[in-house]
Design a protein. Sequence first.
Length: 96
Amino acid sequence: MAKDKELAKLSREDLLENLEGGLYDLLTSEEEYADLAEMTLALGIRHFLQARFGETPREELAPLFEDAEQLLAELVAHAGEMGLVDLDAEDEEEEE
């Protein structure tokens, strides 16, 4: 019951954030969910590629096969845009 009252106080955004964190913890802490964790990784990769490059012309996609660093940079930038990575904090660490 106390948990229901706590959940009732949360906004929609807070509920989604808590679901995200809980699912991440579950998938990364339980060995029995390793297959689901791999599926989630594949789902995330597919989402990233579709969101970032879904409208990109073929000619601009082909060079990414030759430049893994650029593809990883795009992944980190996308994560930053989604609020999963604090790009400013990473820049400060690199400068030190």
